[in-house]
Design a protein around this ligand. Structure first.
Ligand SMILES: [Fe+2]
Length: 307
């Protein structure tokens, strides 16, 4: 049997080889940005594989695909920092045509730098899938998992990875795989932001700035605009940043990741590390929302978005 996707430790080597080039040639201003993204990517892969056990029961080929996608999900960040000097997605269009965010850039980078040829040596069967997940991970999608519920487990039980991509009858299952892997990466990505604040790796600024009441209403309805939109409307400040972070709870899809936030008391800890009286209502609301999300899940795996 040929190994279609390289072993996970070989993937990690490939990832480090590629990203170390950026770290080694970085200047003082950007070196920590590259290092942070390298550590973040490794964290997201480790956590994604823990969550994945629920879906694939460690089916080797599915696991290797998720490892690859999670490890490389932010691969566009390295080129982004080199070319634009920042991680601000809204500035990418000044440098590239038709590029919405670092996910779009990542899909191009992984192909153009020949990384897929090294990571998946024998076949080009999964290239499109990997690029699709990298592109999707940076886009907010309200109902990535809505409506599929239990189907995903069947999808993985009935196929092996290669069969899934070779069969003409498995479009629905392939779609489920894309959604599950993207959701795992997005949820874990958000978990990492909370953990970073708790560990003091990143501490949000403390200010006295008020939060626009209209924004708080939208936050409670789960309709908070994106950071860029809030900035464009001139309503951004450090305390609004708390609102954006607490809105992650609403955007998450997977109960196992939400359970980690609950079990590790991450909302309280993030509040203790960086909160203040102005942002307290947002934290209290996020805690209620966390409980609702966990309790309203029908299968204990996928969040019911209509809660
Ligand atoms: Fe990302």
């Amino acid at each position: 049997m040929t190994m279609d996707i390289k072993k996970i430790d070989e993937q990690v080597n490939e990832f480090k080889n590629y990203t170390n080039q950026y770290i080694n040639s970085a200047d003082e201003k950007t070196v920590n940005g590259y290092k942070d993204k390298q550590a973040h990517s490794l964290f997201v892969m480790d956590e994604a594989l823990l969550v994945d056990a629920i879906f694939t029961e460690y089916n080797e080929s599915f696991k290797k695909l998720l490892a690859l996608e999670s490890l490389f999900h932010d691969i566009g960040r390295f080129e982004q920092l080199k070319v634009t000097g920042s991680f601000r997605d809204n500035e990418l269009r000044d440098y590239y045509k038709n590029m919405d965010d670092h996910g779009d850039l990542g899909a191009i980078v992984i192909k153009e730098h020949g990384l897929l040829e090294n990571l998946i040596p024998d076949v080009r069967l999964y290239d499109e899938e990997v690029m699709k997940v990298i592109k999707l991970h940076s886009k907010v999608n309200d109902d990535l998992l809505n409506g599929i519920m239990r189907d995903y487990i069947l999808a993985f039980k009935n196929y092996d990875l290669k069969e899934l991509f070779l069969s003409s009858k498995s479009e629905k299952e392939k779609d489920i795989l894309t959604k599950v892997n993207t959701s795992i990466i997005q949820d874990v990505d958000r978990l990492d932001i909370f953990r970073k604040i708790v560990k003091g790796i990143w501490v949000p600024m403390v200010t006295e700035d008020r939060i626009d009441p209209e924004l708080f209403e939208l936050f409670k309805q789960g309709k908070l605009p994106s950071m860029n939109e809030i900035k464009a409307a001139g309503k951004w400040n450090a305390n609004v940043g708390h609102l954006v972070r607490m809105s992650f709870i609403n955007q998450m899809s997977l109960v196992p990741v939400l359970m980690k936030i609950r079990n590790e008391n991450l909302i309280e800890k993030v509040y203790n590390a960086s909160g203040n009286d102005i942002v307290k209502p947002a934290y209290e609301y996020a805690k209620e929302e966390l409980e609702r999300a966990i309790e309203s899940s029908e299968d204990g795996i996928v969040v019911n978005k209509r809660r």
